[in-house]
Design a protein around this ligand. Structure first.
Ligand code: PGA
Length: 251
């Protein structure tokens, strides 16, 4: 059966000392019987340290926020999937809307990044989601279908078992406006149906689909109680240990 996952996307926040302090606080507050898969998603420079802090802690892992589309070579400042894997990360987050909009990452580039991740045994959290304009004009279903089709639906069914999809409506990210549980569930069911059409029901049922966008302790429970919402990709609230731990325990 699919896993419940809560990932804390720190974005470009926390220096090394702050990052270590936050992880310490989260690990101290986590119940011993934690069964949610919990991911810290720090900046590259903290990845190795945080992964080390999570060694031997059941169900707690790290993910990077991105990886290069190149394997290696003369690409100053880029970080390869191989480098990330060598820091003991389990996942790489790809296609976050801030990468798509600020760095013009296309579905085609993301497809190559997905391949780099898989070539280095990293699982992928693949983000998709629409703008407010797209939602208001009813274009969001086609847009999300295109994002998935062009970047991850070329994978084999075996590889697809290492994909987690994160639905993040852009209008809800960092805005304090959360999608209603009905709005989120509608898109999650749509995504699961697309996966079923492409890979069959078994794969679709076993794929974790996370919601992201102003998810907090106060609204996460209702979101997570929806049939097709298997956890969250948490930005702002993941920077507070108490809030983040609370969200991880709401299943
Ligand atoms: P937010 O960010 O929780 O601060 O809205 C979510 C994300 O961007 O992954």
């Amino acid at each position: 059966m699919r896993k419940n996952i809560v990932a804390g996307n720190w974005k470009m926040n926390l220096n090394r000392q702050e990052a270590v302090a936050l992880v310490d606080q989260v690990l101290t507050q986590l119940p011993a019987e934690n069964i949610t898969e919990i991911l810290f998603v720090p900046s590259f420079v903290h990845l190795h340290k945080i992964a080390k802090m999570c060694t031997d802690i059941t169900n707690v892992f790290t993910a990077s926020q991105d990886c290069s589309s190149h394997e290696s070579g003369a690409f100053t400042s880029e970080v390869s999937a191989n480098m990330i894997a060598s820091c003991n990360a389990k996942y790489v987050v790809l296609g976050h809307s801030e990468r798509r909009s600020n760095f013009k990452e296309s579905n085609q580039v993301l497809k190559i990044k997905v391949e780099q991740a898989f070539a280095n045994n990293l699982a992928v959290i693949f983000c998709c989601g629409e703008t407010l304009d797209q939602r208001e004009s009813g274009a969001h279903f086609d847009w999300i279908k295109l994002q998935l089709t062009e970047s991850i639906f070329h994978l084999s069914a075996a590889d697809f078992s290492d994909i987690v999809v994160a639905y993040e409506p852009i209008w809800a990210i960092g805005t304090g406006i959360t999608a209603s549980s009905e709005q989120a569930q509608e898109i999650h069911a749509f995504i699961r149906d697309l996966i079923a059409q492409r890979y069959g029901n078994y794969v679709a049922k076993n794929t974790s689909i996370l919601y992201g966008g102003s998810c907090k302790p106060i609204n996460a429970q209702e979101l997570f109680s929806q049939q097709d919402i298997d956890g969250g990709l948490i930005g702002g609230a993941s920077l507070n240990a108490t809030d983040f731990v609370a969200i991880t325990q709401l299943f």
